[in-house]
Ligand binder design. Structure first.
Ligand code: F6R
Length: 264
């Protein structure tokens, strides 16, 4: 069971679920409804997708719904948020590989319609590739739904603290917290790429609907700040407040600071 909170300390509506599985199952159903409604009127759906541990259960639920015949991804186009600079698509830690293994290889999507920024561009070529990525999103008709996780430093995509509200898809240097959090996956901090390509804040905010996901105690401090702080570059997720159709899906552990009783 979930409870919808309209908390005065938060301008971003949020829903708290018992655990990540319950939240992911609920969001998967919402996304399928939207995809099916578009398909019923002959429209395609354009999804903005995230990687990392947070959306894995969402993808598992979507895969299950697809296999059950409850939804088809034949008319779905996707754009991922980000990719590490220097990693080829088949690198075990690349976000392209992550998406293929955790989602695309298990659904009926046309792989040609799945987009992840290429990590194999030189710093000089990056600006042109990023501009083209923005163009591709526009040509597809814009993002209908954007799925977001949140970094412990408040990043969305790889929009690290310091990112501006008007930022677009670009190459940037990864923050120390982000690289430290990825160190285990890469077998040591020294192996973690120093740069990445990311959709910008303004790119994300152009999505018609945004879902911000956070699970576990480790996200409790940052999600409380993200939902209750006035928009600031120090915590890029706070820029989501200006969006008219954003909702946070949170589990009880991540909601523990947000819902803590205020001491007199
Ligand atoms: C991933 C991404 C990041 C992650 C964030 C949380 O594509 O854009 O913003 O969503 O770093 O990562 P996890 O889910 O691994 O805690």
């Amino acid at each position: 069971m979930s409870s919808v909170q309209s908390n005065t300390s938060s301008n971003i509506p949020f829903e708290v679920f018992a655990d990540a599985e319950a939240a992911s199952a609920a969001l998967a159903r919402v996304m399928c409804e939207r995809i099916n409604a578009n398909a019923a009127t002959g429209k395609q759906t354009v999804l903005g997708l995230a990687t990392g541990s947070t959306p894995i259960k969402l993808y598992q639920n979507l895969i299950r719904l697809c296999k059950n015949g409850a939804v088809s991804f034949k008319d779905v186009t996707t754009f991922n948020l980000d990719e590490y600079l220097g990693l080829a698509g088949d690198h075990p830690r690349s976000y392209r590989r992550f998406m293929d293994e955790n989602f695309f290889d298990h659904i009926d999507i046309d792989k040609a319609r799945t987009h992840v920024p290429s990590g194999l561009v030189s710093k000089e070529e990056a600006a042109a590739q990023c501009a083209e990525y923005e163009e591709q999103i526009l040509r597809a008709g814009g993002l209908h739904m954007q799925v977001l996780g949140i970094g412990r430093n408040g990043h969305i995509g790889f929009n690290e603290p310091g990112s501006r509200a008007d930022s677009r898809t670009r190459l940037l240097e990864l923050n120390g917290i982000t690289r430290a959090d990825a160190a285990n996956d890469f077998g040591g901090l020294e192996n973690v790429p120093t740069h990445a390509i990311t959709m910008g804040i303004a790119t994300i905010l152009q999505a018609k609907e945004i879902f911000l996901l956070a699970w576990g105690k480790g996200k409790s401090e940052i999600i409380a700040k993200a939902l209750s702080t006035a928009p600031t570059s120090d915590i890029p997720a706070t820029f989501l407040r200006s969006h008219p159709n954003v909702r946070a899906y949170i589990d009880e552990a991540a909601a523990s600071v947000l819902q803590a009783p205020v001491r007199p």
